[in-house]
Design a protein around this ligand. Structure first.
Ligand SMILES: *[C@@H]1O[C@H](CO)[C@@H](O)[C@H](O)[C@H]1NC(C)=O
Ligand SMILES: *[C@@H]1O[C@H](CO)[C@@H](O)[C@H](O)[C@H]1NC(C)=O
Ligand SMILES: *[C@@H]1O[C@H](CO)[C@@H](O)[C@H](O)[C@H]1NC(C)=O
Ligand SMILES: *[C@@H]1O[C@H](CO)[C@@H](O)[C@H](O)[C@H]1NC(C)=O
Ligand SMILES: *[C@@H]1O[C@H](CO)[C@@H](O)[C@H](O)[C@H]1NC(C)=O
Ligand SMILES: *[C@@H]1O[C@H](CO)[C@@H](O)[C@H](O)[C@H]1NC(C)=O
Ligand SMILES: *[C@@H]1O[C@H](CO)[C@@H](O)[C@H](O)[C@H]1NC(C)=O
Ligand SMILES: *[C@@H]1O[C@H](CO)[C@@H](O)[C@H](O)[C@H]1NC(C)=O
Ligand SMILES: *[C@@H]1O[C@H](CO)[C@@H](O)[C@H](O)[C@H]1NC(C)=O
Ligand SMILES: *[C@@H]1O[C@H](CO)[C@@H](O)[C@H](O)[C@H]1NC(C)=O
Ligand SMILES: CC(=O)N[C@H]1CO[C@H](CO)[C@@H](O)[C@@H]1O
Length: 534
């Protein structure tokens, strides 16, 4: 912001140009959205309740569902609610920053999703570098059977998990409809069921390195352990289209020499060895192989991970998750929370470390969600309910950000309603975005002035804009320099016929003589002819 004082501008009027379109004005917007002159993006308006320091981090969401006005991977500024990057429109489950090949990358799942109560999908994982170039698309081919007879998909990665390991492999889940003996739960000998699978895939080659199937482990993970009893929501296993989703896998992460997975309907965190054997199971209500301490109960949970990621055998570790005990088969029971447990494998015991929720404004999410420990506290996305919360280390709710319509709970907080707007996961993360596109500029004559609008989708390193203009395309002079305060800036200059805009870049913290993107020079748009309006 060191540029403003060196100006020789004639007259300037600057503002951040976003228009907030209120809910319902377009007939189909259930929540206000942002609208621009330069680009056709309509990300949600953010409503804040308390605001934690951003520490240079941003909000990563992928609004989706029946009422999301725009479904797209979206990065928004947690300080001022402004858009930072609007990705390609479509499903983008699990959108956020991970590390691959030594660099920060954006990841998301795209494909065909089957809404609740099925709550699964078949698709591929997209990996983008800091230039927003797709550097990998990880797929899973194979003979997968679906609820709809004859249906098949090019790639069968489920929408629930994207975990890039330190070895640059990808952990994902998948589902396969098949038949098995359901007599233990009152079904037939060849009933239809959903087999839950995990895959470890080498990102560079797309080669499957490891696979695991829940139905291969019925001795340790029996059908009778499912809390989603045969016939729940009509899935009674009598036909292919009513295959019973007894397990519902929704996360996989590295653990010890193998993996830790989350089964929503076994209400369990399950440790799996490198050989695929089940080491143990922690069930959130009766403990299964562990003794549960006071306040450690969980069920129907999402996003199960450990710290450290790979503890030694028998070493105590932290297990954390998004606990949504409140689900369609147990609705209205327990508010969602970020849950942090201390697990002691040597004594097979579990203790409560922290349960993070705002008791005065509880959120009852029936599905989805994530929970992320951060350097400065922790962050929870509530999935089905379009709200994310940040907590301090001591567990105080610091901020709440809402990005879609939600059902208000009498007395405060939110209840799950019917299909609305969701973001399967939500993250607060740092990101340096260096688009290879040019900034977008439009300019119009309005009365005695020209109004210039400029934005640059995904560019995090812009500190300001320089505007050049003139009556002839080949004779442009400096007209204005402004600090960037929002995604799209509106700058009024005297009447001109041609305009060019240059992005001024922030000095890179590691080398103030350069910029973090390595552009080398500040980046300009082409010369744009000014349109006239009456
Ligand atoms: C909302 O309605 C407008 C006008 O009827 C229509 O052009 C637009 O496509 C609709 N948008 C969505 C997201 O349905
Ligand atoms: C899915 O189930 C079908 C039917 O049992 C089986 O033929 C197929 O191999 C399974 N696919 C996978 C990927 O497990
Ligand atoms: C299973 O559900 C179907 C409807 O989806 C119903 O017609 C059938 O009678 C049910 N079978 C049993 C054994 O419950
Ligand atoms: C269990 O924890 C609750 C608070 O979470 C506390 O009120 C209660 O006294 C505890 N019970 C025992 C037996 O420690
Ligand atoms: C872990 O504990 C079990 C049971 O106490 C013991 O048999 C095993 O040797 C221990 N493993 C290691 C690596 O210490
Ligand atoms: C959960 O309960 C709320 C009311 O408590 C209701 O509005 C909602 O429809 C229920 N959701 C489901 C999926 O049953
Ligand atoms: C441009 O017109 C507005 C009124 O439309 C007036 O207030 C303003 O002073 C004019 N500016 C210049 C530079 O003539
Ligand atoms: C986010 O907004 C704050 C406050 O306006 C601003 O200082 C910061 O530069 C913005 N970040 C980005 C990446 O635009
Ligand atoms: C270039 O534009 C400036 C004012 O914007 C004008 O004074 C100058 O005469 C122009 N030069 C040419 C070669 O047209
Ligand atoms: C680019 O912008 C920086 C300020 O952010 C400025 O110091 C530098 O001189 C500019 N470079 C060019 C080529 O205009
Ligand atoms: C980014 C991306 O791949 N988006 C695609 C997701 O899938 C839909 C259709 O299924 C496409 O329209 C999007 O372009």
């Amino acid at each position: 912001m060191h540029l403003i004082n060196t100006l020789s501008s004639i007259f300037i009027a600057v503002s951040c140009a976003v228009t907030i379109i209120p809910a319902h004005t377009a007939g189909n917007a259930t929540w206000p959205y942002q609208k621009y002159q330069t680009v056709n993006y309509t990300p949600p308006w953010l409503k804040f309740d308390g605001r934690a320091p951003a520490y240079g981090k941003h909000l990563f969401i992928a609004p989706d569902g029946a009422t999301a006005f725009q479904a797209a991977p979206t990065i928004l500024n947690l300080t001022n609610g402004e858009l930072i990057w609007n990705g390609p429109k479509g499903h983008a489950f699990g959108f956020g920053v991970q590390q691959y090949d030594g660099q920060d990358v954006l990841v998301y799942w795209n494909g065909t999703s089957f809404p609740e109560p099925v709550g699964r999908g078949n698709g591929a994982i997209h990996v983008l570098n800091s230039h927003y170039e797709e550097i990998a698309v990880v797929t899973l081919a194979g003979h997968f059977v679906e609820l709809t007879p004859g249906a098949s998909y090019e790639s069968n990665i489920d929408l629930h998990e994207i975990y890039i390991t330190a070895d640059d492999t990808l952990l994902v889940t998948a589902n396969n409809v098949t038949q098995t003996d359901l007599t233990s739960v009152g079904g037939s000998e060849d009933g239809w069921i959903v087999d839950c699978q995990i895959y470890e895939i080498d990102i560079a080659t797309n080669e499957v390195l490891f696979s695991w199937s829940s139905l291969d482990h019925l001795e340790e993970l029996p059908l009778t352990a499912s809390l989603y009893h045969l016939g729940s929501e009509g899935y009674n296993g009598t036909t292919q289209s009513k295959a019973w989703g007894y397990f519902h896998i929704n996360s996989v992460a590295p653990f010890q020499d193998g993996y830790i997975i989350s089964s929503r309907y076994l209400c369990s965190a399950i440790a799996i060895g490198a050989d695929g054997c089940v080491k143990w199971r922690i069930q959130g209500r009766d403990g299964a192989d562990f003794t549960l301490g006071n306040g450690t109960n969980f069920c129907y949970q999402h996003d199960v991970r450990t710290l450290p990621v790979r503890p030694r055998e028998n070493e105590s570790f932290v297990l954390h998750m998004h606990d949504n005990s409140n689900c369609p088969i147990d609705n209205g029971t327990m508010a969602s929370s970020g849950l942090v447990l201390n697990v002691h494998p040597a004594t097979r015991s579990v203790e409560l470390s922290q349960r993070l929720r705002d008791p005065s404004k509880p959120i009852y999410a029936i599905a989805q969600g994530n929970f992320e420990p951060m350097l400065e506290g922790s962050f929870a996305g509530h999935g089905w309910i379009p709200v994310a919360e940040e907590f301090s280390f001591s567990g105080r709710r610091l901020s709440k950000v809402q990005y879609g319509a939600a059902v208000a709970r009498p007395g405060g907080g939110y209840l799950s309603g019917v299909r609305g707007t969701l973001s399967y996961r939500a993250f607060k993360q740092a990101w340096t975005g260096c688009p290879l596109t040019r900034p977008d500029v439009v300019a119009r004559t309005e009365g005695n002035a020209t109004v210039v609008y400029v934005s640059w989708n995904g560019a995090t390193e812009v500190s300001g804009w320089e505007v050049y203009g003139g009556m002839a395309a080949g004779n442009l002079t400096h007209m204005s320099t402004v600090a960037k305060t929002g995604f799209e800036m509106k700058i009024r200059v005297p009447t001109i016929r041609h305009v060019q805009v240059m992005a001024l870049l922030r000095p890179w913290i590691e080398d103030p003589s350069a910029d973090a993107c390595g552009y080398g020079d500040n980046v300009s748009t082409g010369v744009v002819a000014v349109r006239s309006v009456k």
